[in-house]
Design a protein around this ligand. Structure first.
Ligand code: SF4
Ligand code: SF4
Length: 380
């Protein structure tokens, strides 16, 4: 049986829509975001409410393919499809949009999407050195001015510092939650963990999210004491890495768990990747935000050594027995990094590695199930 407190996170999307309806009537703006590089702290400090709009479902993809090439990743096509078909209530609720120049497909798609609503595209550097930091800081300033011009509220250092402190607190508590999966017997499945993590993208009041999180942590303490666990003893412990995964695009996560594995950690943007480090609370808050966000180990950066370091840390902390690397079709950056990951693991821990390249459709579910069963068999 699911933990009762999980329901608080499953319903967060519906609650978000009701809450923003009232707030928008009072003049508050909603900013649709598509990437971890768009810092929610800055958007909130400027008086707007961020909402994650990354498309995670197959349904709007055919409509997107009428305007975009079919050989783009499903995340880009799903996001654009939702925008042009007006079938996503969260997109409808967004007054302004924030894009970034991450991968080629996404940044070019934003040129089309930007015709639908006011949009700021943040320019992301490829590297992480001092010049790149300065360039990225200028992009953050551009975002700040854009949001301010729509909300009419100036970002003060105090407001930004307060948002950073709250966000750091949230990160810390989410890491405590994630750490329950490092235990001998995890208390949540990978899919349940994703439900909680993903819900933070649909949150008006972060203090309320934090209080739901505390309720879940208390319930998990109780379940541990009662011996109620999320997976059978000795279930193979998998680290899932790669492209973002969420409700609707959790095919591989679901199949892994249906095949008897327990996904103990997820190195992706829906889960642990954005939580990798807190924002520094000393010095200029915008500079600290730029430093922390540019440290995100995304494959759009080159080189991207932070990803291998994060992978090593997660393998050790969660005692993963194997890595399953999930990439979406036509995601060139993550697809190329799959080779880097494989070679890195061969040269270090020697952990078994499986690369799965797929899309949002269910057409390959059965062949995938067979591959995963064979892979997991090796671990038993
Ligand atoms: S994987 Fe990279 S491009 Fe995708 S959401 Fe994360 S940071 Fe953004
Ligand atoms: S999954 Fe890959 S191709 Fe798709 S938007 Fe993210 S980085 Fe770009």
């Amino acid at each position: 049986m699911n933990p009762e407190a999980l329901g608080l996170f499953e319903k967060r999307g519906e609650r978000f829509l009701l809450e923003v309806d009232n707030l928008r009537a009072a003049g508050v703006k909603v900013a649709g975001v598509y990437c971890t590089f768009a810092p929610p702290e800055l958007i909130r400090a400027a008086g707007a409410i961020p909402v994650g709009l990354c498309g995670k479902r197959q349904d709007p993809i055919p409509a997107a393919e009428a305007e975009l090439p079919a050989n783009l990743c499903p995340l880009i096509k799903s996001s654009y499809g939702y925008a042009i078909t007006d079938t996503c209530p969260f997109f409808a609720a967004a007054d302004i949009l924030v894009g970034e120049t991450t991968c080629d497909g996404k940044k070019k798609m934003f040129e089309l999407m930007g015709r639908l609503k006011p949009m700021q595209v943040m320019h992301l550097p490829y590297g992480q050195d001092a010049d790149a930091q300065a360039y990225w800081l200028a992009s953050l300033r551009g975002l700040q001015e854009f949001v301010e011009s729509h909300t009419g509220r100036r970002v003060t250092d105090q407001a930004l510092a307060a948002e950073i402190a709250l966000s750091n607190r949230l990160r810390e508590r989410l890491l405590v939650l994630a750490a329950t999966s490092a235990e001998e017997r995890p208390l949540l499945t990978g899919r349940q963990m994703t439900t909680v993590m993903e819900a933070r993208n649909f949150t008006v009041d972060q203090a309320a999210y934090l209080s739901d999180l505390e309720a879940l942590l208390r319930e998990l303490d109780q379940r541990r004491a009662e011996g109620v666990f999320a997976a059978p003893e000795r279930a193979p412990r998998i680290l899932l890495s790669g492209c973002p995964v969420g409700k609707g695009s959790d095919k591989v996560l679901r199949l892994l768990e249906e095949c008897g594995a327990v996904v103990v950690a997820q190195e992706n943007c829906t889960n642990l990747k954005p939580l990798h480090q807190p924002t520094d609370t000393q010095g200029d808050p915008l500079t600290a935000l730029a430093r922390r966000s540019l440290a995100t180990p995304c494959s759009c950066l080159t080189p991207n050594p932070g990803r291998l370091a994060l992978l090593d840390r997660l393998i050790a902390q969660f005692r993963a027995q194997a890595v399953v690397d999930l990439t979406w079709h036509a995601c060139h950056t993550y697809n190329v990094e799959a080779t880097l990951l494989r070679q890195h693991l061969q040269a270090t821990s020697g952990l078994p590695f499986l690369h799965i390249d797929t899309d949002y459709s269910d057409s390959d579910s059965e062949p995938l199930r067979t591959r995963l069963e064979a892979f997991l068999e090796m671990l038993r």
